[in-house]
Design a binder for this molecule. Structure first.
Ligand code: NAD
Ligand code: ZN
Length: 341
């Protein structure tokens, strides 16, 4: 089958013919329709330090997708041939304490599709049926293919009550922008998002941010003054992974504020802990999506009118994968889709 493979321990990704994956008793065989390129795929493409330590070579990568069930193991219940599905990319062990308590997103033995095991950038993908999520008919293939990063946005944004609150989002990458749209949709008052990339800030405005602030040119405090925010933000969503952004967020939080951290910093980050202590801030780390509460929320948010479509800015045929990776790497894009049909 046709696949995008991390075939060599160097920068790049290669379109190759690989063996179709084997279907175990509890697995689904999914024929892939559309995939999306994640920031993680860009790390793997660029072969940075993290990838060198994490990714086995050769391996089919990718974990954002939608496809159709075309086969299943004998133990699978609740799915039928022809079901349209995406899937949770975190494969959990099922036997640790958190798994047994239904807190699968906290499994200590998590494996990643397209990171630790064969991924979705291929004509066929095999995952445990447990991980699959049926996509309601009125949600498009395009949107279904980005449920994985949309889920990061939803999991982070819905970590704290946003109704009537002022929200600061640092980082207008695809996930930050989707989080801004979610925050507005569920009833936040002001949603201020920061970045240093004008293209992405413009996209964030289009998707409902009250203010999209270029912190390389504008002072966040001035924006807060203009909005009449005399006390600070109630909720912070850190979605850049950039230390200076996180430090500034802590300074701009109101006392008693709540911060959810999704962005992954490149190394140790020093912070002024007095901001956390004397303001009584609550900080929550976010990994992945809740299984499967986040997935149901995603479907409901779209069905209740959340318009996510502007975040998809480019679509290429998989044969033009190189254009897709170049576009994603340029910073001049939202989500980039590869079409496998
Ligand atoms: P991204 O790299 O596309 O977005 C990060 C954005 O931060 C970029 O647009 C960048 O221009 C911006 N930025 C740079 N400097 C900034 C500054 N000083 N202030 C504000 N913004 C600044 O990433 P993404 O795909 O949207 O993901 C967001 C973050 O979440 C990344 O750090 C990613 O690694 C992380 N992530 C975490 C999980 C998890 O489970 N915890 C899952 C997916 C992604
Ligand atoms: Zn577990």
């Amino acid at each position: 089958m046709k696949s995008l493979v991390k075939a060599k321990a160097e920068k790049g990704i290669w379109l190759q013919d690989t063996q179709e994956p084997e279907v175990g008793h509890n697995d689904l065989l999914i024929k892939i329709r559309k995939t999306a390129i994640c920031g993680t795929d860009m790390h793997i493409y660029n072969w940075d330090e993290w990838s060198q330590q994490t990714i086995p070579v050769p391996m089919v990568v990718g974990h954002e997708y939608v496809g159709e069930v075309v086969g299943m193991g004998q133990e699978v219940r609740g799915f039928a041939i022809g079901d349209r599905v995406s899937g949770e990319g975190h494969i959990t062990c099922g036997h640790c304490r958190n798994c047994r308590a239904g807190r699968r997103h906290l499994c200590r033995n998590t494996e990643g599709v397209g990171v630790n095991r064969s991924g979705a950038f291929a004509e066929y993908l095999v995952i445990p049926a447990f991980n699959a999520f049926k996509i309601p008919d009125n949600i498009s293939d395009e949107l279904a293919s980005i449920f994985d990063p949309f889920g990061n946005a939803v999991h982070t944004a819905l970590s704290f009550d946003l109704v009537g609150e002022d929200v600061l989002i640092t980082g207008a990458g695809p996930i930050g922008i989707m989080a801004a749209a979610v925050a507005r949709h569920v009833g936040a008052r002001h949603v201020v998002i920061t970045d240093i990339n004008p293209y992405r800030l413009e996209l964030a405005r289009k998707m409902g941010a009250t203010r999209a602030v270029d912190v390389s040119k504008e002072d966040l405090q001035d924006v807060m003054n203009e909005l009449g925010m005399s006390e600070g933000f109630d909720v912070g969503l850190e979605m850049s992974g950039v230390p200076v952004a996180f430090r500034d967020m802590l300074k701009k939080m109101n006392h008693g504020g709540k911060v959810a951290m999704l962005g992954i910093p490149p190394q140790d980050v020093s912070v002024d802990w007095n901001q956390v202590i004397f303001k009584g801030l609550v900080i929550k780390g976010i990994y992945g999506r809740e299984m499967f509460e986040t997935w149901y929320k995603m479907a409901s948010l779209l069905q209740s009118g959340l318009d996510l479509s502007p975040i998809i800015t480019h679509t290429f045929s998989v044969d033009d994968f190189q254009k897709g990776f170049d576009t994603m790497g340029s910073g001049q894009s939202g989500k980039v889709i590869l079409d496998w049909q």
